[in-house]
Design a binder for this molecule. Sequence first.
Ligand code: ADP
Ligand code: MG
Length: 686
Amino acid sequence: MEDLQEKISTIKGVGPKKQQRFLKLNIETLEDLLYHFPRDYEDRREIKKVRDLEDGEKTTLELQVHPLKKRRAFGRGPSLLQLIGQDDTGRIVITFFNQPYLSQKISGGMKLRIYGEIKRGPRGLETTNPDFILLDEKQNNHWQDIFPIYPLTKDISHKELVKHIKVLLESLKGKSDKNPFENLPKDLIDKNKLCQRLMALENIHFPKQAKGLKVAKYRLVYEEFFFLMVSLNFKKVKVRQQQGIPLGGEKEVQTFLQSLPFEATKAQNTVIQEVLQDLKGDIPMSRLVQGDVGSGKTVVAMAALVAAASGKTQGAMMAPTEILAKQHYETLSGFLNPLGISVGLLTGSLTAKNKKLMQEKIREGKIDVVVGTHAVIGEKVEFHNLSVVVTDEQHRFGVRQRKTLSQKGRNPHVLVMSATPIPRTLAYILYGDLEVSVIDQMPKGRKPIKTKTSPMKDRDRVYEQLKEELNKGRQAYVVCPLIDESETLDLKAAMDLHQQLGKNNLKDYKIGLLHGKMSYKEKEQVMNNFTEGELQVLVSTTVVEVGVDVPNATVMVIENAERFGLAQLHQLRGRIGRGGYQSYCYLLHQPVKEHTGKRLEIMEQTNNGFLISEKDLEIRGPGELFGLRQHGIYNLKIANFFRHQSILKKVQQDVKVLLQEDPKLILEKNKKLRRVLDQKLQRYRE
Ligand code: ADP
Ligand code: MG
């Protein structure tokens, strides 16, 4: 096993420079190399006749070579070898460039098998630099009937990859008497009739026939899901073993719900019941509430916080940005103060004195509910008796932050709220340590946002439409994308756009700018101006993404929308359509590749966040969607949550049984699995 964790540089012919290039393909270790799967295959099994060839097709031919027609070399320039190949139906011109040694190797009368692209030229059919073998030559291991096509990077050739993978597989085969490379438990291999790991790897790279490939894929998909599920559920078991603080509060929560100016939706009520049920237990709650933007998650959060206060304990609510924290603070104060629940705001931008004062009140238990940003979990904050923690817009928080907060109290109940809706089964998997509730219903009377994708050439027209809304008294957002990882560049893009719009398209309107490099005070000032209507248009980087609530804003223009993921576009779009007015979202995009255009069209077709994230997931995978590390356990290489659902179900069941029997994976038979798992977890530090 250790062998495969060795760096790729242990391969002969891979020096430091090559090593860097391999890294571009995310190949660091020998194991990575073996798990660099072909993205497609060329089936070269069918041998065509010259008579049946069509212009442009790629195919295999078996030909006899005629005495060479021409053999030229342009001095020191590229060498050229031209042959006539013939079968019993016709002839074709074969040209080899730059392979001077071939003239030694190939001579008239020999039989070749070639694979190449056929062109019809002035001299009839031809092909250039085809892949080939001499049929009389016995030791020909270069030819593959089913030829792997790999994802490549600039400085790594196909041939190179094929060679290294082949050599590596050969060397493993020599050692595999007792199959030390197997990484799945034997009973699961037997139960699911999986093929061995080495065989799977051989077949995924160099399949001999379709069946072998199918069997290999099945095994590798199983394997990938298996390690994902084991690592996630392994964590879940740990949470379950803690002691929590049982809470009641049904009556108080009812009173709270009756005090709302609207009636809670059926979905909200159901989820609140699920939460209250959890809170009663002595195992700490660990629940994810999913609901589309605007579905009313805050009401559920408040219900949990009311329950905390009803038991004379404290609750905390965390938001990813100060703006959002402030907004929650105002909402919560408005609804909870009348019920006799005190709410405090704790953020990084408080003066030192006020911060200290607030911390003191929290420690003494004078504040029932604390709202804040990360500062809430800052080391100095001590709670009197924290029992419920709500984190809003979870995908912005690292798993680790959630953990730190849990450690603040004696295992407080944790409620996580996410506006990135994902299919429930998938949520179970990705947030393996959480139970899942879904608010699958919108409050009454919302008008669906109208969305339109427009190419850049229609930009002026789009801004005309935006102005029409402004003239009616509405407000608008203009979002410019993340250019890069670099905030400085983003900042510049936002400033340029702000300036350009001020000079041209939106000359006569009041425009503000909001970006991530502004201080909290500056941001707050701009947001306030926008909320109060003193600004008509807010040009912004993605800092407006989460939570911000200005019901009078009814237009959003997103520039270079092709650079965003669908889920993120949906989040952004959620800033409008929050009041009674019809809202419009325009997605401006560069001329894009066909599939990107299709991708954006999904936004026109639906306002349903579940559907959208499902598409996003299909297209980009969970790593991107959840902002998780690219190169990690979540980065599935072959398994697909949608295509392979039935395998996923089997894995789920198998992992459940496995961890029931041996939650800590300490039984002798699971020792090896534990080692493999630790290795993976360590590498990806999840
Ligand atoms: P999100 O799920 O995006 O966090 P919010 O909790 O911010 O949504 O709710 C969006 C808006 O809808 C708020 O103004 C809120 O007061 C309102 N709202 C929430 N629940 C209902 C309901 N049942 N009926 C009408 N309006 C509601
Ligand atoms: Mg919200």
